[in-house]
Design a protein around this ligand. Structure first.
Ligand code: PEP
Ligand code: MN
Length: 339
């Protein structure tokens, strides 16, 4: 249910409503709007008519059911787009696009530092790099782990770029959160509900990738897992889905962008690297994603793709990334965005 407060409802009136929601066995989530606040009451679907009694409380305008299965993520609860602030200078969901770039995996201090300097120079706003790598084969490079987190954070600080890195299990989430500005949930973990709940308890933005076989609705339900624990800082990532097509690594579902924009207030990031799997297709998908309304891009860039420990074939060289960024400015302008 959504409890819509009257414009000008007092702090005390809101507190009374919050207390009542808790007494009735529901979890309150305050969502601040531009003109009025709404309070989402989430919990057991079967007993929700009891919440209707809140309508008679002072300061309350109305109590309306949320029809979508995802509640806090839905536009029913919050009509305006969410602006997610990552650092004093970097945010997502506003007019300015947010470009995240860097290698698939953190491999060495030299490699991550070179990557950070190059992507910063080309105009990126954030640095990416995996320290924990979920690999299809147990014999493939699994990541530098804590040492990787340390050098990633060091490269981020040196260049002034906030960092995004993957969390692969609940056990290491607190450790990763000490070093990362944004916590990434990979496609293979997008329905790992214990991990989603754990990140919901942390107070760091989460970049949630779409599972490779997940519907858009399921992606929003995974976002709901994080939000229902109290962490509303969620970024949704379209990174391609499994189809019968083999010319590309995945099929980048750009139609997910307008669908998500219709359904949710959360910012949307597109990953054309995993979406296509080939450097030659990455720039075109970057432009198309911006044209379709993405708020951000996450792009793999490696100083020496041929020798990358993972995802070399889809990693742009610093030069190719810089060229892509130049051209992207034109598309951004046409889409009414800045870089
Ligand atoms: C990655 O970002 O390097 C990664 C492993 O992504 P995904 O989970 O989308 O495959
Ligand atoms: Mn990768």
């Amino acid at each position: 249910m959504i409890i819509v407060m009257k414009t000008g409802a007092t702090k005390h009136e809101k507190e009374e409503v919050i207390t009542r929601i808790k007494e009735l066995g529901y979890k309150p989530h305050v969502i601040h709007g531009t003109t009025r606040d709404v309070i989402g009451a989430v919990g057991d679907e079967r007993k929700k008519p009891v919440l209707q009694q809140i309508e008679s409380m002072s300061g309350v305008e109305s109590v309306v059911p949320i029809l979508k299965p995802y509640k806090l993520a839905s536009k029913e609860v919050k009509k305006e787009k969410s602006l997610l602030r990552i650092s004093p200078t970097v945010s997502l969901g506003g007019k300015q696009l947010c470009i995240m770039a860097g290698p698939c995996a953190v491999e060495s201090e030299k490699q991550i530092m070179e990557s950070a300097i190059a992507v910063k120079e080309a105009g990126a706003h954030m640095l990416r790099g995996g320290a924990y790598k979920p690999r299809t084969s147990p014999y493939s490079f699994q990541g530098m782990k804590e040492k990787g987190l340390k050098i990633l954070a060091k490269a981020g600080k040196a260049t002034g770029l906030p960092v995004v890195t993957e969390v692969v299990n609940p056990e290491t989430a607190d450790l990763v959160a000490e070093y990362a500005d944004v916590l990434q949930i990979g496609t293979r973990n997008a329905q790992n509900f214990e991990l989603l709940k754990k990140l919901g308890k942390l107070r760091k933005p989460v970049l949630l990738k779409r599972g490779m076989s997940m519907t858009i609705k399921e992606l929003l339900m995974s976002a709901e897992y994080i939000m229902s624990e109290g962490n509303h800082q969620v970024i949704l990532c379209e990174r391609g889905i499994r189809t019968f097509e083999t010319a590309t690594r995945n099929t980048l579902d750009l139609s997910a962008i307008p669908v998500l924009k219709n359904e949710t207030h959360l910012p949307i990031v597109v990953d054309p690297s995993h979406g296509t799997g080939h450097v030659k297709y990455v720039p075109a998908m970057c432009y198309a994603a911006v044209a379709a309304g993405a708020d951000a891009l996450i792009v793999e860039v490696h100083p020496d793709p041929e020798h990358a420990t993972s995802d070399g074939p889809q990693s742009l060289t610093p030069q190719a990334f810089a060229e892509m960024m130049q051209k992207l400015r034109l598309f951004a302008e046409a889409a009414g965005r800045t870089i």
